[in-house]
Design a protein around this ligand. Structure first.
Ligand code: B12
Length: 301
């Protein structure tokens, strides 16, 4: 279950004052943030943030709160769209894209990067944050680094900022009862774990339970973890930076050691270039193939 964004973040994203958000909650019963037990905090799920952004647009166009508050997001969208097809609609703050984040990285403006990632996650929701921003950003950072446009320290900073955000989003999800468990790791010689963090969050958002083992986990230990946790699948990340001979060897040992009912997924940008994989291994290196693999795991669980 996703917990959501703070009132401060929502206010910044929508341009609506804090007092207005609280007043609407009392007056109209919307938005309806969750209140974590024992705290006074309000947390707004991403669908509510999206609807508030639309409501804010409608208000800028002259509608009153009472006109739009009882409408669904789709109805408010239809309303604001028909009014502003070509007039640039004043709305909340725009969400930073990959080039803007790369610029901030070049300027070493880490504070702004953190703020922009927080706002983007709130506005896009966790799944779109991963697929539309975090993954393209990591790939763009790698390209900029290989072209000499970014220093190693800047690549490291972006990796850390993304890791922090991905972990925070992941920790606010609770797995559903009966969700299939997926063990995620890299084998020895592969330090790239950022992809695993993205896959973990994506899996959690797709009704699966990720269990991260991290980098450099020996094949026998991955297999032992899969048994101990009753895993439905094991996902191994590979980049072209790993030595292909030991990567193939590691996958072979893992394939032998895993119980036959456990699926073996090989993902990451190095998966496809590895050549012949053990027969039971499947390459899962895009969001649609991950969707299919997760659907199969859910069915089997
Ligand atoms: C961050 C990063 C690092 C960080 C890693 C930190 C960390 N904790 O992960 C650090 C700084 C440690 C690092 C080190 C190195 N890196 Co590096 N790194 C990257 C970078 C920028 C991002 C990796 C990433 O997270 N990508 C995001 C993933 C999610 O994208 P994706 O692979 O497209 O993912 C899709 C699928 O594959 C799938 N998926 C991904 N993972 C998984 C896992 C599972 C289980 C499943 C099911 C699916 C799945 O999900 C996505 C769906 O669309 C990449 C650039 C790139 N293009 O990826 C370079 C990159 C991988 N690194 C590279 C290199 C060269 C290195 C080094 C060798 C550099 C050096 N000379 O020291 C070292 C490795 C040293 C070693 N011991 O091996 C090269 C590899 C190219 C090559 N041919 O060798 C790349 C491609 C950069 C480049 N453009 O040149 N790196």
């Amino acid at each position: 279950m996703e917990l959501g964004s703070s009132i401060k973040v929502v206010s910044e994203l929508t341009g609506l004052p804090l007092g207005t958000l609280r007043a609407w909650e009392r007056r109209y019963g919307f938005p309806q943030p969750t209140r974590p037990e024992g705290t006074n905090r309000r947390l707004y799920p991403s669908e509510q943030v999206e609807r508030l952004r639309l409501v804010a647009r409608a208000l800028k166009q002259g509608y009153r709160p009472g006109d739009v508050m009882s409408l669904s997001s789709a109805q408010v969208l239809a309303l604001v769209k028909s009014e502003t097809e070509d007039r640039a609609a004043p709305r909340g703050r725009a969400i930073a894209d990959v080039p803007a984040l790369l610029d901030l990285l070049v300027q070493d403006d880490v504070k702004r990067i953190e703020d922009e990632l927080r706002l983007a996650a709130a506005a896009l929701g966790a799944k779109r944050f991963v697929t539309e921003l975090a993954q393209p950003l990591a790939v763009a950072v790698g390209k900029a680094w290989s072209e000499g446009k970014l220093a190693i320290r800047q690549e490291h900073v972006m990796t850390e900022c993304l890791t922090t955000k991905l972990r925070a989003l992941l920790s606010s999800h609770e797995a559903d009862e009966g969700a299939p468990l997926v063990v995620l790791a890299t084998l020895p010689g592969e330090p790239h774990t950022l992809g695993l963090q993205m896959v973990a969050l994506y899996a959690a958002l797709s009704a699966a339970k990720p269990r991260l083992l991290g980098a450099n986990t020996p094949a026998a230990q991955v297999a032992a973890a899969a048994r101990a946790f009753g895993a439905h699948a094991v996902g191994i990340a590979l980049t072209p930076a790993a030595d292909p001979v030991s990567a193939r060897q590691g996958l072979k040992s893992l394939a032998r050691a895993l119980p036959p009912t456990v699926a073996l997924w090989v993902g990451g940008s190095g998966a496809r270039g590895l050549g012949k994989l053990p027969p039971r291994a499947e390459v899962v290196d895009s969001w649609p193939t991950l969707d299919l693999a997760l659907a199969r795991a859910r069915k089997a669980s």
